[in-house]
Ligand binder design. Sequence first.
Ligand code: OGA
Ligand code: FE2
Length: 505
Amino acid sequence: MTDLINTEKDLVISLKDYIKAEESKLEQIKKWAEKLDKLTDTATKDPEGFLGHPVNAFKLMKRLNTEWGELENLVLKDMSDGFISNMTIQRQFFPNDEDQTGAAKALLRLQDTYNLDTDTLSRGNLPGVKHKSFLTAEDCFELGKIAYTEADYYHTELWMEQALKQLDEGEVSSADKVYILDYLSYAVYQQGDLSKAVMLTKRLLELDPEHQRANGNMKYFEYIMAKEKEANKSSTESEDQAEKETEVKKKDYLPERRKYEMLCRGEGLKMTPRRQKRLFCRYYDGNRNPRYILGPVKQEDEWDKPRIVRFLDIISDEEIETVKELAKPRLSRATVHDPETGKLTTAHYRVSKSAWLSGYESPVVSRINTRIQDLTGLDVSTAEELQVANYGVGGQYEPHFDFGRKDEPDAFKELGTGNRIATWLFYMSDVSAGGATVFPEVGASVWPRKGTAVFWYNLFPSGEGDYSTRHAACPVLVGNKWVSNKWLHERGQEFRRPCTLSELE
Ligand code: OGA
Ligand code: FE2
């Protein structure tokens, strides 16, 4: 997206050039008009006397025969050429409707994940922001409309209400309260709050008494309410009971989505003090690897089960810059395996850009691969290339396994080196807010810290998948996130990480 910032800058420059050209054109026209104004003033006062001077007669001929024509050309001259051609060139890089709705949905996602209330988000009061920015009533209306087209009436209500609130507070805007109320009352009705829908429709009708749909709705709402009242008289008690039961269910059962969002906010961590006492940090020499005996690296236990370790100061700022520069021109929208077709596709649950770097193309990449091999004790020659990923605001990767499950045996077929035995993940940036890597099955959150890397095994020594490694990359709330990962595969590890006697050890 940084390229788009430059595109916009270019366009503003050529727009300003156009304005200058148009202004100088107007200036010339004005001068001509003033000159002629004076001249015609004197001439009309005494036409014959004026034309008695031969030079005046000549000049009149000349003006009418050529000069007015020249002025006409000037008036007709298109000064917008440069700007329009620049626009045409740049337009091919412009975001499209899908990008715009994508960005809007990202805002709604952030709102849910980080429990942000609509007003906070609209006023731009986010933690750690450098450039504060707020939404206008019209922007809020736009967000509400996008939620509406997704049949997401919950967010439609929130954002239409926010738009209305900002208008009520006196914001000057071209957004129209009648339109907003129309959407809002429908969204409220869809969510079952009939009396509120009636109240909103009344408000709409005060502003526009002739509004056809609102008048129709009003009659319909009143009809339904009357019918409900009738039905309620008989069966209130049993309903109360049923309501209580669903409430209990809600509390006990937390869907993965809720766990994921809580962990992203740094809530719901499932670590007891007793277990935490067994987490340590140490200097690690890669099991007496000659390259690390004199200069061991710092290692911290992040989690016990599954075991997740973090390496500190494991990639330098210079290396990070090199990796990012190599990756940047090749970044493209990340893909996932479609389990039905086995093909790679884009998906809403993985929003990031990524690129693959081979060890052959740069000594830095090759050195990084060797480092991973030395510190994990695993053969990297059977691994995938180094993946570099960039998450912008709202970028995320919802809960997933890195390994292929039994029902998708073709997942890593082309590679021919077996399943993804382990994951190495470098954090190549700090993230101002959001962007944690979380493990919802076990209640673990790992926060990005620039220059560190985390490592975990996805498979048990038997080759069975470890389902507790299910993890996600939380949406970035503020800032942007760079990671780089290496997926190590089974082949080549037969003697480095042999099977044990028990299957799930
Ligand atoms: C992945 C992944 C986690 C993260 O790319 O498979 O899980 O924090 N990434 O980026
Ligand atoms: Fe992953």
